[in-house]
Design a protein around this ligand. Structure first.
Ligand code: GLU
Length: 310
């Protein structure tokens, strides 16, 4: 089957070098396999995202030579579709309404916490009766949670190798729709990748721990589970993850210092182990050099001097 990958950027600001790095690896991984790429703007968080940022993002990807073959409608326009997906999960009893507030969860005595710090949902609303639900629904709208099984969900990441998580013990029943009607990233990403037949997901290592939740959703919805390949993150010189708020490492900072798209791509290819030193290159020119084995597993500090950084 032909490889189908995707770019799924969030237009909450100009891309930083780490965003471009994982987009470059996603592009190379799919193109090296003669596959196709789908672009999808992930703008569920309408407070942080804007149509203007989405346009800038697409211009930046084109400028860098990171081409795509198909576009999926922006996530902010797809509520009806996500509703139909939630209906399917509801019909099977895989999700349930929950009225617990953040405060309730914080106050739950000795609530265990997941590795990312969120309290593991104690199941308060999981087995309410229909009467109890009807009574609570009169007071306010619920959020929706997915019931997770007490079993290990395992997969082999194309770059980081075997990874497994017991969702009941390590994550808890997780959010699929907020009480204000906004769908959660976990639901939308699987619904959209499933609808597009995406079979290769390449993205930053910060999303590795979301993958077992997404695999559960793929299974429940009957979509084939894609291959996953996570990329190391780029770090600023003081060891922090890059943020879109740091102007210096964003594309606008890089552009203002006069770098060309081939400088950006070639510098990132050097960091990814594809070039022995930073030298200008288009993504296309890197295709014969690309392999996942060359990519480091550890996160990559940006060396002083590269891209004019201090
Ligand atoms: N929209 C997410 C982000 O920009 C990426 C989602 C994904 O690749 O699954 O961080």
């Amino acid at each position: 089957m032909a490889e189908r990958g995707r770019f799924a950027p969030t237009p909450s600001g100009r891309m930083h070098l780490g965003n471009v790095f994982s987009a470059l690896i996603a592009w190379l991984s799919v193109r090296a396999a003669h596959g196709e790429l789908v672009l999808r703007i992930e703008d569920l968080d309408t407070l942080r995202c804007s149509a203007e940022n989405a346009e800038i993002l697409k211009d930046d990807l084109r400028w860098l030579g990171l081409t795509w073959d198909a576009e999926q409608p922006d996530q902010s326009t797809r509520s009806e579709y996500y509703e139909s997906i939630l209906d399917r999960l509801r019909g099977e009893g895989f999700v349930y309404p929950c009225w617990c507030t953040r405060g309730d969860l914080k106050n739950a005595a000795n609530a265990p916490h997941a590795s990312d710090g969120h309290p593991i949902y104690p199941g308060t609303c999981r087995d309410l009766t229909e009467e109890e639900r009807a009574a609570k629904a009169k007071v306010r709208a619920p959020l929706w949670r997915l019931r997770v099984p007490d079993e290990s969900i395992a997969f082999s990441d194309g770059h980081y190798g075997p990874y497994a998580e017991n969702l009941a013990r390590e994550c808890g029943d997780f959010l699929v729709r907020r009480s204000d009607g906004v769908y959660a990233y976990q639901l939308a990403v699987v619904a959209d990748d499933g609808a597009m037949g995406v079979n290769q997901v390449v993205r930053g290592r910060d999303l590795l721990s979301s993958t077992p939740r997404q695999i559960l959703l793929y299974r429940l919805l009957g979509y084939p589970v894609p291959e996953f390949g996570h990329t190391p993150l780029l770090l600023s010189s003081d060891g922090r993850r890059l943020s879109k708020r740091d102007g210096d490492q964003s594309l606008s900072g890089i552009l203002s210092r006069g770098y060309s798209p081939r400088d950006v791509v070639g510098g990132l290819a050097y960091l990814g182990g594809l070039l022995p030193e930073p030298a200008p290159a288009w993504p296309e020119e890197l295709l014969p050099l690309f392999s996942w084995e060359k990519l480091p597993r550890e996160d990559i500090p940006l060396p002083a001097g590269l891209f004019g950084l201090g």
